[in-house]
Design a binder for this molecule. Structure first.
Ligand code: ZN
Length: 464
C-alpha cells in the first residue's frame, strides 16, 4: 500500500454541513473517498480512528492574521504564527497587509513578504493587500499579483506607514476595487468619533468610552453607501458593535454585496470583566459590554455574521504593557490564533449552542469572505483535517502558546475543547499525543505550507 494512503474514521465527521459517521480516505494529500458510516473499512489502507469523544473537522480557515515579518518579526513571525495556527487546527491563514515592513501595498512588497514566508510556513498562507492614500488608483498590479482583496482603515491604523482613508478616498477605493472584481475589507471605526489618542489611565472604562459604538456605526454606514453606489463587494472586519447588525442585514437584503466577521474575544469576553491595567485585553474596536455580547451571539445564530476570525495581532510584551498598563498607550491587538475554536466553543456550551453551528463560521465562512476554495472535507479536495476533543479541558498558559510573545488575554483561563491533531494535505503537522508528559507537543518535519494566490488557492503554489 502506498505510504501516503490512509483513512480517518470518525463517528462524527463534519461533512456537507453537518456531523455524520464517516471514513475519510486520503491518498497523496487529497481526499479520494468519503465512506458513509464507520463500519466499512477500505482495503489495504492504514486506519486512524478518532475516539468517540472527539470530532473530525475540516482544517480551519483564519482570514484575519497579522504576521509582522519582515520588519517587525519580534512581534510575530511566520514560523511562530503558523505553528500556533497548526496547534489551533487552522490549516489556512490570510495575512493582513500591515505591521510588517514594508506594508503589503505594492506588488513588490507582496513579493518581499512571500519571500519571508516561504521557508517558514507550517500552514497555507494567503495575503491581503492594503489600500492606502498613496496607492489609490494603482491597485491593479497588487491585485494581479494575487492578493485576496484590499484592506483599508477609516481611522488611524496604529502604525504611521499605513495611513487611513477619508470618505472621498473610501469611495475611490471602493470603485477601484469593484472595477478589479476584488473586495474591500474595512476596519470600520470613524476617526471623527474617536477621542484623541494618548494616555487614558489603567481603567478600562476610559478606553471603552474613547472608542464608542457610534464610531463603528458611522463607519459601517459609509462602507454600505460606498458599496451600494459602486456595486462593489465590501467586508466589515472585526465587528464589535452588535447594534450595527440590523443595518448590515438590511443592506444585504437590499442587494448590497457585504459580509461581516467578528472575533472570539468579542464573543467570550465582556468589558465588565476586563481587569484594570490589563493591556492584553486591548484591541480596536474594543471589547464591549455583556449586553452587546449577547446580541453578537444572536447575530451569529441568525446567520448575519459570516465568519469568526482571530484578528491575531501581537506585539512585544513591552509594547503591550506600555505606560504601566495604561489602556491609551498599550498596543491594541489580541493574540488568539491558537485558541479561537476553544474560546468560542467554551462560551457556546455555556449558552447551549451546538458545535455544528460554529464550524461553518471557522471554515467555509471565512473562506468565502476571502474568496478561498477551502474549509470543507470533500472528495478531490486537500486532506486538511483536524481532530477536536469536544469535552477536553485545557488550561491556558500564555508562555506555552506557540505565538512569539507570551501575552494572552486567556492566560490562566480554563477552556473546553482542544485541538488534538492537524493534517495539512495528509501530512500530520500537529499531534498533541506526541509530546511526553510535561513536554510540549512536537511538530514534525519541515514546513510544508503553501503560499496562496487568488484564483489559484488550491492548485498553484511556490513550487514546493
Ligand atoms: Zn486586524
Amino acid at each position: 500500500m502506498p505510504r501516503s494512503r490512509f483513512a480517518v474514521r470518525s463517528r462524527r465527521a463534519f461533512v456537507d454541513g453537518g456531523f455524520r459517521p464517516a471514513v475519510v480516505v486520503v491518498e497523496a494529500g487529497r481526499v479520494v473517498d468519503i465512506l458513509d458510516g464507520t463500519r466499512r473499512s477500505p482495503a489495504r489502507t492504514r486506519l486512524v480512528t478518532v475516539p468517540d469523544d472527539a470530532v473530525l473537522l475540516p482544517g480551519l480557515v483564519d482570514a484575519h492574521v497579522h504576521v509582522n515579518e519582515p520588519g517587525r518579526t519580534e512581534w510575530e513571525g511566520f514560523r511562530s504564527a503558523t505553528l500556533a495556527a497548526a496547534a489551533g487546527g487552522v490549516t489556512t491563514i490570510v495575512d493582513m497587509p500591515l505591521n510588517s515592513l514594508p506594508p503589503t501595498t505594492s506588488a513588490e512588497a507582496l513579493e518581499i513578504k512571500r519571500a519571508a514566508a516561504a521557508p517558514s510556513a507550517y500552514v497555507d498562507v494567503g495575503f491581503w493587500g492594503g489600500a492606502v492614500p498613496e496607492n489609490l488608483g494603482a491597485l491593479a498590479p497588487l491585485h494581479d499579483a494575487g492578493v485576496f482583496g484590499f484592506k483599508c482603515f477609516l481611522a488611524p491604523s496604529g502604525v504611521d506607514e499605513f495611513g487611513h482613508l477619508d470618505r472621498a478616498q473610501l469611495g475611490r477605493a471602493m470603485a477601484e476595487v469593484a472595477a478589479l472584481g476584488s473586495r474591500l475589507i474595512v476596519h470600520a471605526e470613524d476617526a471623527a468619533l474617536l477621542s484623541d489618542p494618548g494616555a487614558l489611565g489603567r481603567g478600562y472604562d476610559a478606553f471603552l468610552q474613547s472608542r464608542p459604538p457610534e464610531s463603528e456605526r458611522a463607519a459601517i454606514a459609509a462602507v454600505i453607501d460606498a458599496a451600494r453606489s459602486t456595486g462593489g463587494r465590501a467586508h466589515i472586519l472585526h465587528l464589535s458593535d452588535a447594534r450595527s447588525l440590523p443595518m448590515i442585514a438590511a443592506a444585504r437584503a437590499e442587494g448590497v454585496d457585504l459580509t461581516v466577521e467578528t472575533c472570539p474575544h468579542y464573543l467570550a469576553i465582556a468589558a465588565e470583566d476586563v481587569p484594570d491595567g490589563a493591556g492584553e485585553f486591548k484591541c480596536c474596536p474594543p471589547i464591549r459590554e455583556a449586553d452587546n455580547q449577547d446580541l453578537l451571539w444572536a447575530g451569529l445564530i441568525d446567520g448575519v455574521i459570516d465568519a469568526v476570525v482571530s484578528d491575531h495581532s501581537p506585539s512585544t510584551a513591552e509594547l503591550k504593557r506600555a505606560g504601566g498598563g495604561d489602556f491609551g498607550l498599550a498596543w491594541g491587538g489580541i493574540s488568539g490564533l491558537q485558541v479561537g475554536l476553544s474560546v468560542v466553543w467554551t462560551e457556546a456550551r455555556r449558552r447551549g449552542i451546538p458545535l455544528d453551528v460554529l464550524i461553518p463560521l471557522f471554515t467555509t465562512g471565512p473562506a468565502r469572505v476571502a474568496g478561498l476554495d477551502a474549509g470543507r472535507i470533500e472528495v478531490g479536495g486537500p486532506a486538511n483535517l483536524t481532530v477536536f476533543g469536544v469535552d477536553d479541558t485545557m488550561r491556558i498558559e500564555a508562555a506555552a502558546l506557540r505565538h512569539r510573545n507570551a501575552i494572552s488575554a486567556y492566560d490562566g483561563a480554563t477552556l473546553r475543547g482542544r485541538v488534538r491533531r492537524t493534517w495539512l494535505r495528509g501530512e500530520s503537522i500537529f499531534d498533541v499525543t506526541e509530546g511526553r508528559a510535561g513536554e510540549a507537543p512536537r511538530f514534525r518535519g519541515a514546513p510544508t505550507g503553501r503560499l496562496l494566490r487568488r484564483n489559484a488557492a488550491r492548485r498553484e503554489h511556490d513550487g514546493r
